[in-house]
Ligand binder design. Sequence first.
Ligand SMILES: [Zn+2]
Length: 77
Amino acid sequence: MPMYEYYCPDCHTKFEALRPMSQADEAIACKQCESDRATRTLSLFATFSRDSNRVSSQPAPSNFGGGCCGGACGCSH
Ligand SMILES: [Zn+2]
Protein backbone atom coordinates (compact mmCIF):
# COMPACT_ATOMS: atom_id res chain seq x y z
CA MET A 1 0.00 0.00 0.00
CA PRO A 2 1.46 3.39 -0.92
CA MET A 3 2.05 6.08 1.64
CA TYR A 4 0.51 9.50 1.15
CA GLU A 5 1.03 12.78 2.88
CA TYR A 6 -1.91 14.71 4.25
CA TYR A 7 -2.34 18.19 5.64
CA CYS A 8 -4.89 19.24 8.20
CA PRO A 9 -6.00 22.90 7.90
CA ASP A 10 -7.49 22.88 11.39
CA CYS A 11 -4.33 22.19 13.36
CA HIS A 12 -1.82 22.81 10.53
CA THR A 13 -0.32 19.40 10.85
CA LYS A 14 1.19 17.27 8.14
CA PHE A 15 1.04 13.55 8.57
CA GLU A 16 1.49 10.45 6.51
CA ALA A 17 -0.88 7.57 6.08
CA LEU A 18 -0.89 4.29 4.26
CA ARG A 19 -3.93 4.01 2.07
CA PRO A 20 -5.04 2.08 -0.97
CA MET A 21 -4.56 4.09 -4.13
CA SER A 22 -8.31 4.23 -4.72
CA GLN A 23 -8.81 6.13 -1.46
CA ALA A 24 -5.81 8.42 -1.73
CA ASP A 25 -7.80 11.54 -2.48
CA GLU A 26 -10.62 10.93 -0.06
CA ALA A 27 -10.89 12.85 3.18
CA ILE A 28 -9.05 11.32 6.09
CA ALA A 29 -9.29 11.91 9.82
CA CYS A 30 -6.45 14.00 11.15
CA LYS A 31 -4.14 12.10 13.44
CA GLN A 32 -3.62 15.16 15.59
CA CYS A 33 -7.03 16.72 16.17
CA GLU A 34 -9.30 14.14 14.51
CA SER A 35 -10.73 16.69 12.14
CA ASP A 36 -12.06 15.13 8.98
CA ARG A 37 -10.92 17.98 6.77
CA ALA A 38 -7.39 16.75 6.20
CA THR A 39 -6.58 16.48 2.53
CA ARG A 40 -3.76 14.97 0.57
CA THR A 41 -0.80 17.17 -0.23
CA LEU A 42 0.82 17.10 -3.63
CA SER A 43 4.28 16.05 -2.56
CA LEU A 44 4.25 12.34 -2.99
CA PHE A 45 7.58 11.14 -1.74
CA ALA A 46 9.40 13.81 0.18
CA THR A 47 9.07 17.22 1.68
CA PHE A 48 10.61 20.19 -0.07
CA SER A 49 13.43 20.59 2.41
CA ARG A 50 14.36 16.94 2.28
CA ASP A 51 14.46 17.11 -1.50
CA SER A 52 16.47 20.27 -2.03
CA ASN A 53 19.91 18.71 -2.05
CA ARG A 54 19.29 16.42 -4.97
CA VAL A 55 17.96 18.85 -7.54
CA SER A 56 20.63 18.23 -10.14
CA SER A 57 21.21 14.56 -9.52
CA GLN A 58 19.94 13.47 -12.89
CA PRO A 59 22.50 11.24 -14.57
CA ALA A 60 23.79 12.54 -17.85
CA PRO A 61 22.62 10.41 -20.75
CA SER A 62 25.73 8.74 -22.12
CA ASN A 63 24.19 7.09 -25.14
CA PHE A 64 22.13 9.92 -26.48
CA GLY A 65 22.61 13.05 -28.55
CA GLY A 66 25.58 12.54 -30.82
CA GLY A 67 26.99 9.07 -30.38
CA CYS A 68 26.89 7.86 -33.97
CA CYS A 69 25.82 10.83 -36.01
CA GLY A 70 27.59 13.58 -34.15
CA GLY A 71 30.08 13.76 -36.98
CA ALA A 72 32.71 11.43 -35.63
CA CYS A 73 31.63 8.31 -37.48
CA GLY A 74 31.47 9.78 -40.95
CA CYS A 75 27.83 9.16 -41.71
CA SER A 76 26.10 11.83 -43.79
CA HIS A 77 23.47 13.07 -41.32
ZN1 LIG B 1 -5.81 18.34 12.62
